[in-house]
Design a protein around this ligand. Structure first.
Ligand code: MG
Length: 157
């Protein structure tokens, strides 16, 4: 068995889309990023690559490549799962946390879990997405940033 962890953060500004776990969420502010800025998908991707000790998201999907401009990060996650499988590991489960001041994410959690499960080849019951706020503290608490964390378990195929 192998464990992997991932973390990501993005700056939030007015006039950008907010995509989390493959869901576009109505919001005053969104992510400034080369891809779609999906911090949750990026954290899960890094956790998957980390469990396989197969590098990181920046190595495989560099943000200076036109190929990944405005990329759908759920597709990047699916690619990372393939990379990990090629090193001889398959996913067992994913646990993750999104830290965002607003909007509240409760109504989008099931859709995010479904998107991630489909990309990762898992059943929805094996994918957890939790939501927290920054309790009004720091850049996240001021609504100027989003962060996401993920942990995954993989086993040798
Ligand atoms: Mg990112």
């Amino acid at each position: 068995m192998r464990i992997g962890q991932g973390w990501d953060t993005h700056r939030l500004e007015k006039g950008y889309k907010l995509v989390i776990g493959g869901e576009e969420i109505p919001s005053e502010k969104g992510c400034i990023a080369h891809s779609d800025g999906d911090a949750l998908a990026h954290a899960v991707t890094d956790a998957v690559l980390g469990a396989a000790a197969a590098g990181d998201i920046g190595t495989h999907f560099p943000d200076n490549k036109a190929e990944w401009k405005n990329a759908d990060s759920i597709k990047i996650l699916a690619e990372a799962v393939k990379i990990a499988e090629n090193t001889g590991f398959k996913l067992i489960n994913i646990d993750s946390t999104v830290i965002l001041e607003k909007p509240k994410l409760k109504q989008y959690i099931t859709a995010m879990r479904t998107n991630i499960a489909e990309a990762a080849g898992l059943s929805v019951k094996d994918v957890s997405v939790k939501a927290k706020t920054g309790e009004g503290m720091g850049d996240i608490g001021a609504g100027n940033a989003i962060a996401a964390q993920a942990a995954v378990l993989m086993e040798k195929i």
